[in-house]
Ligand binder design. Structure first.
Ligand SMILES: [Zn+2]
Length: 229
């Protein structure tokens, strides 16, 4: 399926519009049945964390097997170095254009942010692949700080955990109090990982204004919309 190219949306919610006759989740803008303010996934994650959730924005929505899905997998998992680099380059270019077009709308949706930090990788030692994306996008790289590492808790597809992440070595709780943090991840489905990362930072004293993911996996019955692809 070909993504629909949209430029200069009037509202950020237009990037991920609700299906006809449906409402949008107040947290993640996913379609919900008419009259339902929060989607099933966000409700479950909020109950697991015992906290209200932060707004979650997706740059683009994808389906399993499409071009965006391929790029989001290949930039970190393809066995060929050049393929990983090429896919990372495409993702960085798309995200840079998206930030140029939608950065102001993102700020309006979630509020002003001073620092961006990535969700640590669940299965890789060292820097998360998402950090390479952030560092390639000028609007993000200049405010990038590594605040988190994996913690003792475990994550699942629809399983959030306050202890899945912990503060990175050297991160000072006193210093967190003055930050307005944007949490970044490459992909999201239920929001469990991004919201768990946000919870760790909030419980440590930071203000987390929202979460941004490049791609959000769609369920099969949703229409596909995208920006900057
Ligand atoms: Zn939601």
């Amino acid at each position: 399926m070909t993504a629909t190219l949209r430029t200069h949306p009037a509202r950020l919610s237009e990037l991920n519009p609700a299906a006809p006759g449906a409402d949008q989740c107040r947290v993640c803008a996913r379609s919900t049945p008419a009259g339902i303010p929060v989607c099933f996934c966000c409700r479950v994650v909020a109950e697991q964390l015992g906290l209200p959730l932060v707004p979650l924005v997706a740059q683009v929505e994808y389906r399993v097997g499409d071009r965006i899905h391929h790029r989001l997998r290949a930039y970190k998992d393809d066995p060929v170095l050049d393929v990983r680099a090429q896919c990372r380059g495409h993702l960085v270019d798309d995200l840079s254009r998206w930030m140029a077009v939608c950065g102001r709308l993102l700020d309006q949706r979630i509020g002003a942010w001073s620092v961006v930090t990535t969700v640590p990788s669940s299965c890789r030692p060292g820097p998360a692949p998402a950090e390479l994306l952030v560092d390639g996008v000028p609007a993000l790289a200049s405010r990038h700080l590594r605040l988190l590492v994996r913690g003792p808790g475990s994550l699942a597809h629809l399983g959030a955990d306050r202890t899945a992440f912990t503060l990175a070595p050297g991160v000072d709780r006193a210093g967190l109090a003055g930050l307005a943090v944007l949490v970044f991840d490459d992909t999201t489905t239920t929001g469990a990982a991004a919201q768990s990362a946000a919870a760790t930072l909030r419980l440590a004293g930071a203000q987390v204004v929202g979460a941004l993911a490049i791609g959000r996996a769609l369920t099969p019955d949703r229409p596909l919309h995208a920006v900057g692809t």
